[in-house]
Design a binder for this molecule. Structure first.
Ligand SMILES: [Zn+2]
Length: 352
């Protein structure tokens, strides 16, 4: 399974798995009062600390205050150098980079848990292989997950900085240490901007099945349609450039560019591109479409390509998560809806 995970990760990286989300806003959270990370010198950077559970013969100490979980440290690859960063602090900047801060607090909490799960899935402490560039995780949104520095957030949020930072910090803090697990291990909690109403099965995108990354309904997203118009000549050129041997021309592309089959979620699966049979995913990349859920109409010799949703469609839909939150769902409802069969756990409960 781990090999499959690595394979999927590599494929995912190649196709820009984790989408940069449009929009902005992110708020913040302040760290738990007692959690002020002390920098334990003996803690190896890529190991996750485990809470010690008292044994039966130890006397119970009713008056003892619960100790805060040990901080988890990450080795973060950032433009060629490795930095050591505390997980919960890092997550504030990841959530800020991945989801608009204007979203509902419960959606931001769901995003915090999804991002924490994904990072934990990469950690060697849980059998992960880290980032292929080095370290546990990198700051490239096209490779691991988006990360926005404080400076970038100040520039992006302007006068909203304080409120947004606090909102996101709270989403991270309120879910501190929480991850989604399947079979006792952190899940590869993929997410995307919007699904268009139905998420995609990981197998349909990358050829590898994950029990918790199956297709589910995503209600309340609204009609997020985008339209791309291309002349017959432009379309033929773009497709010929991406698919050698397609043999398309301005004259034949209308008859030779056809969606042949769709996945259960409605995304293009196989597409006739002249003499080539392509995947919907590769056509999406070739034409720079928002998603593989597209249809093609012709108007006055021009191709009108309409897409719904934004991103690969696998895992949690951020727009759908926000819609659920608006309808009163909390982050646990959101996560268990989008990650079928996965359960919420805390890092300190997971063994190394
Ligand atoms: Zn990476």
């Amino acid at each position: 399974m781990r090999r499959l995970c690595i394979l999927l990760c590599a494929l995912a990286c190649a196709f820009g798995l984790l989408l940069w989300c449009e929009g902005d806003a992110a708020p913040q959270a302040t760290p738990e009062p007692s959690a002020g990370p002390t920098y334990p010198p003996a803690l190896s950077p890529d190991r996750v600390s485990v809470q010690v559970v008292s044994t039966q013969d130890e006397p119970v100490q009713p008056a003892a205050a619960p100790s805060a979980p040990e901080p988890v440290w990450l080795n973060v690859w950032n433009e060629g150098s490795i930095e050591r960063v505390e997980l919960e602090e890092y997550l504030i900047h990841v959530v800020a980079g991945e989801m608009p801060a204007s979203y509902e607090p419960q959606a931001l909490r769901a995003q915090a848990v999804a991002a924490r799960s994904y990072i934990a899935w990469k950690l060697p402490a849980y059998g992960g292989s880290g980032c292929s560039r080095g370290g546990d995780v990198c700051t490239d949104s096209e490779h691991c997950m988006a990360y926005q520095s404080d400076e970038a957030l100040r520039g992006r949020w302007g006068g909203h900085y304080d409120a947004y930072y606090e909102k996101i910090r709270a989403a991270v803090q309120d879910t501190r240490g929480q991850v989604m697990v399947w079979n006792g291990e952190p899940i590869q909690a993929l997410f995307h901007s919007s699904s268009g109403g139905m998420t995609e099965d990981a197998q349909a995108v990358w050829g590898t099945a994950f029990p918790y990354l199956t297709s589910v309904r995503s209600e309340g997203e609204g009609d997020e349609q985008r339209t791309v118009r291309l002349s017959a000549k432009e379309l033929a050129q773009k497709l010929n450039a991406a698919f050698g041997g397609a043999g398309l021309t301005a004259d034949n592309v209308e008859a030779q560019f056809l969606v042949r089959s769709r996945t259960k979620s409605g995304r293009a699966d196989t597409v006739k591109v002249g003499r080539v049979t392509a995947t919907g995913k590769s056509v999406r990349a070739a034409l720079d479409l928002s998603s593989a859920s597209f249809s093609v109409d012709w108007q006055d010799g021009e191709a009108v390509i309409t897409t719904v949703g934004y991103g690969h469609g696998v895992g949690m839909s951020q727009v759908g998560a926000n819609a659920m939150a608006r309808q009163g769902s909390d982050y646990r409802d959101i996560l268990t809806h989008y990650y079928t069969g996965a359960a919420l756990a805390t890092l300190s409960d997971l063994g190394e």
